[in-house]
Design a binder for this molecule. Structure first.
Ligand code: ZN
Length: 265
């Protein structure tokens, strides 16, 4: 079985000491390819660097997370544009809106999001989208720029059927994380995940965040790793009433198609 983790934060400091071992463990668990999320201009550059050291296994996204929107200015656009032209970069983001934390002013978040939609149109690459507590504005921006993007993924989807329907209508794919393994916070996801058409369903760990809550042996560090993706896939398969093999096959196939990845080595 082969899996594809569309959301890892492998440049995160918590992987500094054993990054190569983390990647090897993931591959040994069947996670054949991984996307490294860029969250700022500098972390996107780092993600590209790391991806280059694992050809056809690691890929990167390049973009500015809404948390970092305040430090993103027009002067950064050429740098981000250059990163987006690299072959290792397969999506624009993560970008979007986060009104839950409001780490950056909302006006700055909206500006950063609009800029990245323009860059996505130029680059012809899909969007890697983040949204929290900003559903209405997020939808309005995407609907206004419907022609700027051909495809994208609403990453770490944790909402209900209404939001799902709006995203599907926009042509977006849906990224499901280990939230589904958390009975307290993610119980509703079991039914919502069943509503995602197979060609729109993608899996992600969001490592080192979101360690699946129901792992039988949890690491002491509480750090999530891409090797736990099959565990999430098994929960998703259960929720959808499909076999684990079918879930692995389809989510991997569709992730590869969306991000236009070649087969792994
Ligand atoms: Zn996110």
């Amino acid at each position: 079985m082969q899996w594809l983790d569309i959301g890892t934060n492998l440049t995160h400091a918590s992987f500094e000491r054993d990054r190569a071992a983390v990647i090897e463990r993931a591959r040994a668990a069947g996670v054949a390819q991984m996307l490294i999320t860029g969250a700022s201009v500098s972390s996107s550059a780092a993600a590209v660097q790391l991806a280059r050291t694992y050809p056809r296994t690691l890929y990167a996204t390049a973009g500015v997370h809404p948390h970092n929107a305040a430090e993103f200015s027009a002067e950064d656009l050429p740098v981000l544009r250059a990163l987006l032209s690299q072959p290792e970069v397969v999506a624009v983001g993560e970008c979007g809106l986060d009104y839950y934390r409001d780490y950056s002013a909302r006006a700055a978040q909206l500006q950063a999001f609009e800029w990245q939609l323009q860059l996505a149109a130029e680059a012809g690459k899909p969007l890697f989208l983040h949204q929290r507590d900003a559903h209405e504005d997020f939808l309005a921006v995407l609907r206004n720029h419907r022609r700027a993007f051909a495809a994208g993924v609403a990453h770490c989807f944790t909402a209900g059927a209404a939001e799902l329907e709006a995203y599907l209508e926009l042509g977006l794919s849906i990224g499901v994380t280990g939230w589904i393994c958390d009975e307290r916070r993610g119980g509703h996801l079991a039914s919502v995940v069943g509503l995602i058409p197979p060609e729109r369903l993608l899996l992600e760990t969001d490592a080192p965040y979101l360690l699946p809550r129901d792992l039988s042996a949890k690491p002491k560090s509480r750090r999530n790793e891409p090797m736990y993706l099959p565990h999430i896939g098994a929960a998703v398969a259960r929720a959808r009433g499909q076999s684990v093999e079918e879930c692995a096959r389809l989510t991997t196939l569709h992730a590869r198609a969306l991000f236009q990845l070649p087969d792994p080595p």
